[in-house]
Design a protein around this ligand. Structure first.
Ligand code: SF4
Length: 366
């Protein structure tokens, strides 16, 4: 075993995380779920989601048999919803192609939706001790610093170099502990902005540390200004219910339930409602920012309370489109909701109204 592995494994024995919920009774299913949930999300955030998910879907069969709506409902707030959709699809694929048993061959695992090389390696090494290296964000940070390796890790050439380094350091035995400690080191010691080098088991040979340039690695992604977009969401309100529509399964918030977006089919109706405020009560909420990886979206909720005079007309108009449903504010139907929609719903639940900007359409404040 190389010196690096020995040092980090000795540290793991004393300080590594060994009591995370998915480490207690490890199965390929539970570790797979935890790996997917932990992508781009901190462990502390993941834990309650993981526990709720395991309680509702204790095995692959239950998950495969569930509706996508219910899966996304339990994913609500965790973000990156493609992960939830892929997890569900993969469970169905395992049911149909692998007799409901999570595959144990690397090629079969990596062929499942939403599972890449690092995740497949993490699952198989963690549960079956198969000697696969991993290369998630934490490992990339430790390795680029330890070797003072420059270049954006999203570049193919750098990624290839990192995989070669990861493989050369990964031991043949104790691979489950080794991969775990690499994730632990990245999350607990070699952190993004304040690495605790004084606690690090490999500080003595770390090149970035010797150069006092820890924060220069990994090299940041070349900056592109993220564009800003605007969207108005129309909250049709009928007493204690609001109208939601399911988004197409691909694209932004695919398969999730949202309020209708005004640029699309309801724009004319809203324009008309604003010019005739006697028939309808319209309230524009304060816009708020929601950031995606590739743009910022400024969201403005517009609550349209339906008065009896227009009730029927609007209801018919909405029902004709045949893609939405009324959602009672006082009960939570099991629907996958995009996080900003949930924020608006919670505000309506708690305050009954949306914080106002002006009684009718006015300047949007940011
Ligand atoms: S010495 Fe510091 S920078 Fe180097 S691997 Fe350890 S924590 Fe990271």
């Amino acid at each position: 075993m190389n010196a690096f592995s020995k040092q980090v494994l000795a540290w793991y024995a004393k300080f590594g995380r060994k009591n995370l919920p998915w480490q207690k009774k490890k199965t390929l299913y539970s570790v797979w779920l935890s790996e997917i949930m932990c992508q781009q999300t901190q462990v502390a955030t993941v834990i309650p989601y993981f526990e709720r998910f395991m309680q509702r879907f204790p095995d692959i069969q239950t998950l495969a048999a569930a509706s996508q709506d219910e899966v996304l409902h339990l994913w609500t707030g965790l973000g990156y919803y493609a992960r939830g959709r892929n997890l569900h699809k993969a469970a169905q694929q395992i049911r149909d192609q692998h007799n409901g048993q999570f595959p144990t061959q690397f090629e079969d695992v990596v062929a499942l939706p939403g599972i890449g090389r690092s995740t497949a390696g993490a699952i198989l090494s963690s549960v079956l001790n198969q000697p696969y290296a991993i290369l998630d964000g934490n490992v990339k940070r430790v390795l680029t610093r330890y070797f003072a390796l420059s270049g954006w890790t999203g570049k193919k050439a750098i990624e290839t170099q990192l995989w070669a380094l990861a493989e050369s350091l990964t031991p043949q035995d104790k691979v489950a502990d080794y991969n775990q400690v690499m994730m632990d080191l990245g999350a607990m010691v070699c952190t993004r902005t304040k690495p605790k080098c004084e606690l690090c088991p490999v500080a003595q040979d770390c090149k970035a540390h010797a150069l006092h340039r820890e924060l220069d690695f990994p090299t940041k992604k070349p900056k592109k200004k993220i564009p800003e977009k605007q969207a108005y969401f129309i909250v049709f309100r009928k007493e204690e219910a609001v109208w939601l529509e399911q988004r197409p399964s691909v694209g932004l918030w695919g398969g999730l339930w949202c309020f209708p977006q005004v640029e699309t089919h309801m724009q004319d109706y809203i324009a008309q409602s604003v010019t005739n405020p006697a028939l309808i009560s319209t309230q524009v909420g304060i816009s708020f920012k929601h950031t995606f990886s590739h743009f910022h979206l400024y969201i403005t909720p517009v609550v349209v309370s339906l008065t009896p005079q227009v009730h029927l007309k609007v209801e018919n108009q909405l029902a004709e489109q045949d893609k939405g449903r009324w959602y009672a504010l006082d009960q939570s139907a099991k629907l996958g909701l995009a996080a900003p929609m949930l924020k608006i719903i919670n505000e309506l639940r708690e305050n009954d109204i949306i914080r106002k900007v002006t009684p009718h359409h006015g300047e949007v404040k940011r």
